[in-house]
Design a protein around this ligand. Structure first.
Ligand SMILES: *Cc1c(COP(=O)(O)O)cnc(C)c1O
Length: 811
C-alpha cells in the first residue's frame, strides 16, 4: 500500500546519514537522525512535486497564491509522514534502527512563524489546498527568530529568542537562482516622452536580495505537492570595500546588517497594529519579492501579462500584504508599460482580501511620510489609486463627506490599508457568519451598499487530520470503527456517522475511557516538564489562546476566585473537582496582558497551596503555549473556554480543535461559536452572556460597571481580592481599576466582564451538573465530535475555491 517499504525507507535514511553527516547509524545523534528523516521525506515530496507540478504547468490551471506574514506551521516530520502514508513505516524503520520515533518527533522545534490563530489558519489551509489538489503556493518571510519562547519566572512572563533554524531548516530548500531584488528608498525621476507619456525612473535606491527557502507541502493521499516559499533577506554587497579600505569596518558591513534585519524576527503582536518602519519594510520586502516571482513565472509560461488575472488569484491574509496592490500596479505600469486602466483591471481581478478583525487597534494605518520615504514610487501609485477612488466615492455618495472621509484610502496623513483592500480587491471575506455580517453592517457598511456582491463569508476551519486523527489516535480509531473506515479523513462530513452511536453504552464508555487516558498522558507530560502534578480526577477546564483583554482570560479568573470563595466559606460543600488550565503568550509590550498572566500565577500559587482546595480546585498556567503543546492538550480537554466579548472574536479556531476532540464549550455567541451552536443546539453547548447586538446596545446606553460592583456582593468580594492580591504579596490595583474606573484612555471594563459575570457562573454550574451525569456528558461529547465536520479546513477551502477563487478541487 505505502509507496516505500520499511527496508527501502531504512536504506534511504542510512544513506542520508552517511552522505550528509558522515555517520553510521551507531554514531548518529537523534539530531542527525531527525535531519536524515526530514531529508528523506523532502526528497520524496520533491519528486512528487516534479511530477505533479509539470501537470499543473501544462494544464494551465488558475493558481492560488496565499500571502501571509505568518504561517504557524508547528512540527512537520510526523505530519509529512502521515500525509505521505508513511507514518507507520517510518516508525517501524526508526525502531529497527534503535531510535524511538516519538522521541525524535519531540526533538523537532516548532516552526513558530506566527502569533496565533491567523498564522495557524494559513498552515491548516496549505494542508487542505494541497490535499484538494489545488495548485497553490504560500508565501511568507523566513524569520530567523519565530514567536518568542515563554518562560514563567516568579509568576511573570519572560521572553527568550526562538532560534528554530538549527534543526528546522532541514525542511528548507534554498533556491538561490530564483532570487529577487527589492528596492527601498531613493527617489523617482520623471521622463516625459515625445507623446507626453511619463516614464518614471526610481533612482538612488538601496537593494535588498530576497532569496527563497522553499518548504514542500505534502497533501493527504495525493502526490500533488505544493510549496511554502519563505523569503530570506540578504544584502547584495557583503562588505562595502570603500569603507573597509579606510579602516571603517563597521560602516563597511552596515548595509548588510540593515538588509538582514528585515528577516530577523517575527513581530510578536497578535491582533495589534505596529506602526514601525521595520514592519513596513518587512511587508514590502515580502510582497515585492512574491509579486516579482509570480510575474516572472507567468511571463516565462505565457509571454504576456494580459491574461495574468485569469491564471492567478492572490489571496491576502489580513491587510499585512496589502502592498501587493500598488506593487503589482507598479510592475504592470513601469515594467510592462500598460495603461492605468489596463493595469487596474488586471489587479482588481487578481487580488482578494480576508479580513480577520474588527478591533480598532488592529487596523493598519501607515503614516504617509513613512511610505513616501521608504517606497517613493509605491507612494505615487497609492496617491493615484486614492484620488481616483475619492472621485468615485464623491460621485456615488453625492458628496456626502461623512461617508467619503470614512472610506478614504489616504486621510489625515495616513494610508488606511483595509480601505485600500476594499477598493481594489474583487472579494472581501470575513471568517465566520457573524463576523462577515458585522463587516457588512458596520465596519465596511458603505462599501457594502456600493458593491454588495463583493462581500463573502468563509467560515474558518482547521486541519482535522492533524487536529483529530494525528493527535488523538484512540479517538481516530473509534471514529473509524463507528463510521466504517477512514472515509472521514477526506470527507469530514462523514464523521457525522458517529452520531448513530449516541445511545450505544459501549461507544460512550470507550469515549470516556479515551478521554481519561488522554488526561493521564497529558498529566504525565506536564509532570515530566514542570513537576506540576495535575489531578486527573478533576474536570480539565481549559483556556488556551493568545492573551488579550477581549478574549477575557480575566473573566475566567474572576469565576475561579468566586469558586474558591465558596469553598472557603463552606469547605465541606459538595464540590466537583476542577482543574483550570491556562496557556497564553502576551505580546511583550502589552503590559496589562502580562499583568494578567502574573495574576493567574499568583492565584494559582495561592489555590494550589491551600489545603481546602486539595483534590478539589487546581489552577495551572502552562508555560509556552504553542502548536506542539496544543496537540497534546486538545485530546485531554473536557471544557473549552471560548468566552470573548460578543462581536470581538472574528472566528476563533481553537474552539473547533476542542470540539473535534470531544470537549464541551462554555462560550459566548461570538465568532464561529455561533455556528457551533447552530450545529449543536442549546442542549450541547453551554452558552452565556450578552449577544453582539446587546453589547452594542449596552455600550450605547452607557455601561457603568461600578453598578455591578455595588449591587452584587460576589463581584465586590472578588474585585476587592484582586485589588489586594494573594499570598505572594503582589497587588493588582491596576487590574481592578481597569474594571471599575478605566485607564489609559480605555473605558471602565471595556470588555463587559462584570455584565457577563453572573451568566458565566451559571453556565459553569450547568456544565458541572452535567458532568456528574456521565452518560449525558459523554453523549454531548460524542455529538460535538460528530457535528464538527463543517469546521474542517477542507470545507473552508472548498468554499474559497468555489465562491472566491473559481478553481476546481478534487473530491
Ligand atoms: C489554534 C491556535 C490558536 C488560535 O486559538 P484561538 O482560541 O482561536 O484564539 C492560537 N495558538 C495556537 C498555538 C493554536 O494552535
Amino acid at each position: 500500500m505505502a509507496e516505500y517499504t520499511k527496508a527501502q525507507l531504512t536504506e534511504m535514511i542510512v544513506g542520508k546519514l552517511r552522505r550528509n553527516f558522515g555517520r553510521d547509524v551507531d554514531d548518529a545523534t537523534p539530531n542527525h537522525m531527525f535531519k536524515a528523516c526530514a531529508l528523506v521525506l523532502r526528497d520524496i515530496m520533491s519528486s512528487h512535486q516534479m511530477e505533479t507540478g509539470n501537470q499543473v504547468w501544462e494544464g494551465q490551471q488558475r493558481q492560488v497564491h496565499y500571502l501571509s506574514l505568518e504561517f504557524l506551521m508547528g512540527r512537520s516530520l510526523e505530519k509529512n509522514a502521515y500525509n505521505l502514508g508513511l507514518l507507520d513505516t517510518l516508525k517501524d524503520a526508526l525502531e529497527d534502527l534503535g531510535f524511538s520515533a516519538s522521541d525524535l518527533f519531540e526533538k523537532e522545534p516548532d516552526a513558530g512563524l506566527g502569533n496565533g490563530g491567523l498564522g495557524r489558519l494559513a498552515a491548516c489551509y496549505l494542508d487542505s489546498m494541497t490535499t484538494l489538489e489545488i495548485p497553490a503556493t504560500g508565501y511568507t518571510i523566513c524569520y530567523e527568530l519565530g514567536i518568542f519562547k515563554q518562560k514563567i519566572v516568579d509568576g511573570k512572563q519572560v521572553e527568550q529568542a526562538d532560534n528554530w533554524l538549527g534543526l528546522g531548516d532541514a525542511w528548507l530548500i534554498p533556491k538561490v537562482d530564483e532570487t529577487e531584488e527589492v528596492r527601498f528608498g531613493g527617489k523617482v525621476v520623471d521622463h516625459w516622452d515625445e507623446r507626453g507619456v511619463n516614464h518614471p525612473e526610481h533612482v538612488g535606491y538601496t537593494t535588498v536580495l530576497a532569496i527563497p527557502r522553499d518548504m514542500e507541502i505534502a497533501g493527504y493521499k495525493t502526490r500533488h505537492t505544493n510549496t511554502l516559499r519563505l523569503w530570506d533577506a540578504k544584502s547584495p554587497v557583503p562588505v562595502d570595500m570603500s569603507y573597509y579600505s579606510r579602516g571603517e569596518y563597521l560602516k563597511a558591513v552596515e548595509q548588510q546588517a540593515m538588509a538582514e534585519v528585515i528577516a530577523k524576527v517575527l513581530y510578536p503582536d497578535d491582533n495589534h497594529y505596529e506602526g514601525k518602519s521595520l514592519r513596513l519594510k518587512q511587508q514590502y520586502f515580502f510582497v515585492s519579492a512574491t509579486v516579482q516571482s509570480i510575474v516572472r513565472q507567468h511571463r516565462a509560461q505565457y509571454g504576456t501579462l494580459r491574461n495574468f488575472h485569469e491564471k492567478h488569484v492572490i489571496q491576502i491574509n489580513d491587510t499585512h500584504p496589502t502592498l501587493v496592490i500598488p506593487e503589482l500596479m507598479r510592475i504592470l505600469l513601469d515594467v510592462e508599460g500598460y495603461s492605468w486602466n489596463d493595469a487596474w483591471n488586471i489587479v482588481t481581478h487578481t487580488v482578494a482580501y480576508t479580513n480577520h478583525t474588527v478591533l480598532a487597534e488592529a487596523l493598519e494605518r501607515w503614516p504617509q511620510g513613512l511610505i513616501e520615504n521608504l517606497l517613493p514610487r509605491i507612494w505615487q501609485i497609492l496617491k493615484e489609486i486614492a484620488a481616483r477612488y475619492q472621485r468615485t466615492l464623491e460621485q456615488h455618495f453625492h458628496g456626502d463627506q461623512s461617508k467619503v472621509s470614512k472610506m478614504a484610502i489616504i486621510w489625515n496623513g495616513e494610508v488606511r490599508m483595509a480601505n485600500l483592500c476594499v477598493c481594489a480587491c474583487y472579494a472581501v471575506n470575513g471568517v465566520s457568519a457573524l463576523h462577515s455580517e458585522i463587516l457588512k453592517q458596520d465596519v465596511f457598511h458603505d462599501a457594502y451598499t456600493m458593491r454588495p456582491e463583493q462581500f463573502k463569508n468563509v467560515t474558518n476551519g482547521v486541519d482535522h487530520r492533524r487536529w483529530l486523527s494525528q493527535i488523538n489516535p484512540k479517538l481516530d480509531a473509534l471514529v473509524k470503527e463507528c463510521t466504517g473506515g477512514d472515509d472521514y479523513l477526506l470527507h469530514p462530513e462523514a464523521i457525522r456517522g458517529l452520531e448513530k452511536y449516541k445511545d450505544d453504552q459501549s461507544v460512550l464508555s470507550q469515549l470516556e475511557a479515551i478521554k481519561k487516558e488522554n488526561k493521564r498522558r497529558f498529566a504525565a507530560y506536564v509532570a515530566r516538564e514542570s513537576g506540576v502534578v495535575l489531578n486527573t480526577d478533576a474536570v480539565f477546564d481549559v483556556q488556551v489562546k493568545r492573551l488579550h483583554e477581549y478574549k477575557r482570560q480575566l473573566l475566567n479568573v474572576l469565576h475561579i476566585i468566586h469558586l474558591y470563595n465558596q469553598l472557603r466559606d463552606n469547605p465541606n460543600m459538595e464540590f466537583t473537582p476542577q482543574t483550570f488550565l491556562f496557556g497564553a503568550k502576551a505580546a511583550p509590550g502589552y503590559h496589562v496582558a502580562k499583568k494578567i498572566i502574573q495574576l493567574i500565577n499568583s492565584l494559582s500559587a495561592q489555590i494550589n497551596a491551600d489545603p481546602i482546595c486539595k483534590d478539589k480546585l487546581q489552577v495551572v498556567f502552562l508555560e509556552n503555549y504553542r502548536v506542539s503543546l496544543a496537540e497534546k492538550l486538545m485530546p485531554a480537554s473536557e471544557i473549552s473556554e471560548q468566552i470573548s466579548t460578543a462581536g470581538k472574536e472574528a472566528s476563533g479556531t481553537g474552539n473547533m480543535k476542542f470540539m473535534m476532540n470531544g470537549a464541551l464549550t462554555i462560550g459566548t455567541l461570538d465568532g464561529a461559536n455561533v455556528e457551533m451552536h447552530q450545529q449543536l443546539g442549546d442542549e450541547n453547548i453551554f452558552l452565556f452572556g450578552l449577544t453582539a447586538d446587546q453589547v452594542v446596545q449596552l455600550k450605547n446606553q452607557g455601561y457603568i460597571p461600578a453598578n455591578y460592583y455595588n449591587s452584587n456582593p460576589a463581584i465586590k468580594r472578588v474585585l476587592d481580592q484582586i485589588r489586594a492580591g494573594f499570598g505572594d504579596g503582589v497587588d493588582y490595583n491596576d487590574i481592578a481599576d481597569r474594571l471599575l474606573i478605566g485607564a489609559g484612555g480605555s473605558p471602565a471594563d471595556e470588555y463587559l466582564l462584570l455584565a457577563d459575570f453572573d451568566s458565566y457562573c451559571q453556565a459553569h454550574r450547568r456544565a458541572i451538573e452535567t458532568y456528574a451525569d456521565r452518560k449525558l456528558w459523554n453523549q454531548m461529547s460524542l455529538i460535538n465530535i460528530a457535528r464538527s465536520g463543517i469546521f474542517a479546513a477542507d470545507r473552508s477551502i472548498r468554499d474559497y475555491a468555489s465562491d472566491i477563487w473559481h478553481v476546481p478541487t478534487r473530491l
